[in-house]
Design a protein around this ligand. Structure first.
Ligand SMILES: [Zn+2]
Length: 313
């Protein structure tokens, strides 16, 4: 029996419903396994416009047979649902709140109440959190994931069995996954795949596979297609931001290897004059970069992991 938010879901059943803070009902699918086991929370689109995770979660929820499950699965296919329909860029449109930066939330805003709902109503039941992202509307990326340093051992043990090759430690305490892993002590992973508001089938199916691999590794659901591929931990990242407003012309692609001194991109003003050249400060590999034209002061341009910090696991 899964008891959550006043609902009781009998063993070996699945319920399609809505749960959330008052006035903000979120679509969710609750699956209670036939046998007792771990409980996992799987979320997508806490950042609206990061699409690939949403159909992956929906399809997995549909496919799961609770008769064959051991433990419980809470699927939330679209957390920032108003942002999704209003086409806001990642944030909750009612208050411009960032659900990957406002935890543990508060009662004063819609985004604060969503975060608070997860912390207070959901996290106490949860053994593992899997949060699916993509690059934003102008951010191309190569598949990578972030794991919280405070729950490194348990989080990494799951990360190692997924399809994503690059693993990045995170100290974040203000996002859903970061708060879960670094504050609440719940192992978690924040996955990144796809970008630019695309929702390609290949990304959806890779995310479906990651969900099933994760469920298998947690002992919740058996999955036959286990395979172990080499993973690389990037212990040191460089997050290059724009030093001033300008137009951005990148010279890199996602996954590209760069050498110290290589040009990452340049900015120009509206008259075509060069403003800045941004160069790699060390050898590394590009995880994500801004692929659009806008370089606003302080915003991310490129994130790359340093070659010297790579650890193959
Ligand atoms: Zn995101």
């Amino acid at each position: 029996m899964l008891e959550i938010c006043g609902r009781k879901i009998k063993n070996a059943t699945k319920e399609y419903c809505r749960l959330g803070p008052p006035g903000y009902p979120l679509p969710c699918i609750l699956a209670a396994g036939k046998e007792e086991g771990k409980t996992i929370l799987i979320t997508a689109q806490i950042h609206s416009g990061e699409y690939a995770g949403t159909p992956a979660v929906i399809r997995c929820a549909k496919e799961i047979d609770p008769q064959k499950a051991k433990g419980n699965i809470l699927f939330f296919p679209c957390v920032n649902v108003t942002g999704f329909f209003q086409n806001s860029n990642a944030y909750v449109p009612e208050d411009h709140g960032n659900l990957n930066g406002n935890y543990p939330g508060n009662a004063d805003s819609v985004s604060g109440r969503i975060a608070q709902f997860f912390v207070q109503e959901i996290f106490p039941h949860i053994d593992f959190v899997m949060d699916l992202h993509s690059g934003g509307n102008a951010e191309a990326l190569t598949p990578c994931l972030f794991y919280p340093e405070n729950t490194e051992e348990e989080s990494l043990s799951i990360a190692k069995v997924l399809t994503i090759p690059y693993l990045i430690p995170s100290k974040s305490v203000r996002g859903e996954s970061g708060y879960a892993g670094n504050v609440a002590g719940i192992p978690s992973l924040l996955l990144e795949r796809g970008y630019a508001n695309y929702c390609k089938e290949e990304w959806i199916s890779e995310y479906q596979k990651d969900i099933f691999l994760c469920l298998h590794a947690l002992g919740i659901y058996s999955y036959e297609e286990m395979e172990h591929k080499e993973k690389v931990i990037l212990r040191k990242m460089i997050y290059q931001t724009a030093e001033e407003d300008g137009l951005w012309f990148p010279e890199i692609t996602e996954g590209a290897r760069v050498r110290k001194g290589d040009l990452l991109g340049r900015t120009e003003d509206f008259y075509g004059n060069l403003l800045q050249e941004y160069k790699a400060v060390e050898d590394g590999i590009v995880m994500y970069y801004t692929c659009g034209l806008r370089a606003a002061k302080g915003h991310s341009l490129v994130a790359y992991g340093l070659s010297e910090s790579m650890e193959v696991v």
